[in-house]
Structures are given as structure tokens and as C-alpha cells.
Design a protein around this ligand. Structure first.
Ligand code: COA
Length: 178
């Protein structure tokens, strides 16, 4: 599982594995409520908690990458593969520091990630994205990256004190462009 190189990626944007020394960069988005309001995980409140997460979850994870600008992490992207009978599918998640929003970076990262994920995890036959219905920006990212909208899952998750409608998207290996 090497670093992703993609001719379609935006200049200066690349994906690479996290290192423990990325912890302060990681806090820039993972410690920001404006970013995490649309995520199912909670805002990181201290550097130590983030370092533990990098060490115990991110670095050993089967596919978790830093979205980098000139090799400096400005966001994260990962796929969580299913287990047992769900092994054919994985759920993609991503987040970007708010100062970089609106430049096409997440779309570029998702496009690069999807190709890499299918190459690195050959058992995966489907990548899905589950997006809060109110998160229009993330839905647009998946649409621009070529995902298919499959529908609305009503009252699907209770997260952060609220029961949410979820828009579900998917991408299959046969939909990769050469
Ligand atoms: C969602 C997120 C990753 C998008 O990153 P980004 O780099 O700004 O995304 P892009 O620039 O590639 O594309 C964003 C698109 O959404 C559109 N958009 C943004 N906010 C929108 C809104 N409220 N309504 C409609 N469209 C919106 C943008 O105009 C753009 O589309 P366009 O290129 O057609 O103009 C980023 O905002 C983020 O980290 N949000 C918080 C975490 C999160 O939501 N993660 C996903 C959980 S499913």
C-alpha cells in the first residue's frame, strides 16, 4: 500500500500514510467543531487524545490516509471495510481543514482514494458514502467524484443528540475510469 500518485489530482495535493509527528496538523481539523459537526465521531479536545488515536487506530488501520498539501496534512480520508458477510463493502469518510474548503481538494482526494482503495483492498466490491442529509457540500463531493446516489435512509443514525436522515452513495470497481 504505497503513496497515491494520480495525474488527475490537484497540483500539490497527495495522499500518504499518517505519522505520529502529524498530530498538530491533525488537530487543525479533528479539533474543530465546524468540521466535525457532519462527522459521526466527536471533536478531539486535546493533543494527547489525538496522538493516542493516531497510534492506536489510524496508523494500524487498513486504509487511512492524510490529505496533504505539499506533503503537509490538511485533512484525512479513510475507508472502513466491513467484516464477515459485509467484507465486500467499505464506507468512505473524509474531512478537511475549513481554511481549504471550496477549492476542489476533497473531490480530488476522493477520486484518488477510490482508485487506490480498490487496488489496495481487492476484496472490496463497493465503496459507500453515508452523508447527513443536510451536508450538501459532501453530497456534491461524492457526485463530482462519480458516486451514484442510491437514496435516502430515513432516521438512520442518532448522532450528536439528533436522529438523522442519511443520503447513501456508492461506487463500484467497474466505474473506475482508466
Ligand atoms: C465536505 C468537505 C470534505 C468538502 O471539501 P471541499 O474541498 O470544500 O470540497 P470540494 O471543493 O471538492 O467540493 C465542494 C462542493 O460542494 C459545494 N457546496 C459546498 N457547500 C455547499 C452547500 N451548503 N450547498 C450546496 N453545495 C455546497 C461546493 O460549491 C462544491 O461544488 P462545486 O464545485 O460544484 O461548486 C469539507 O467541507 C469538510 O471537511 N466538511 C466537514 C467534514 C465533512 O462533512 N465530512 C464528510 C462527512 S460525510
Amino acid at each position: 500500500m504505497g503513496e497515491a500518485k494520480d495525474e488527475k489530482a490537484l497540483p500539490g495535493i497527495s495522499l500518504r500514510q499518517f505519522e505520529q509527528s502529524d498530530v498538530d496538523h491533525f488537530m487543525a481539523w479533528a479539533g474543530n467543531d465546524q468540521v466535525t459537526q457532519f462527522c459521526r465521531w466527536d471533536t478531539f479536545t486535546c493533543r494527547e487524545e489525538a496522538l493516542k488515536y493516531l497510534k492506536e487506530v489510524v496508523i494500524p488501520h487498513p486504509w487511512f490516509r492524510a490529505i496533504c498539501l505539499e506533503n503537509r496534512p490538511i485533512g484525512s480520508i479513510y475507508v472502513s471495510p466491513g467484516t464477515e458477510k459485509d467484507r465486500c463493502r467499505g464506507e468512505i469518510g473524509y474531512a478537511l481543514s475549513s481554511m481549504y474548503w471550496g477549492r476542489g481538494i476533497a473531490t480530488s482526494a476522493v477520486t484518488t482514494a477510490v482508485a487506490s482503495i480498490f487496488r489496495d483492498l481487492p476484496n472490496l466490491k463497493r465503496i459507500e458514502g453515508l452523508v447527513f442529509a443536510e451536508n450538501k457540500g459532501s453530497q456534491r463531493v461524492l457526485e463530482k467524484a462519480g458516486f451514484t446516489k442510491e437514496g435516502l435512509l430515513r432516521n438512520y443514525f442518532t448522532v450528536k443528540g439528533k436522529t438523522r436522515d442519511i443520503v447513501i452513495y456508492s461506487f463500484l470497481p467497474s466505474e473506475l475510469s482508466c
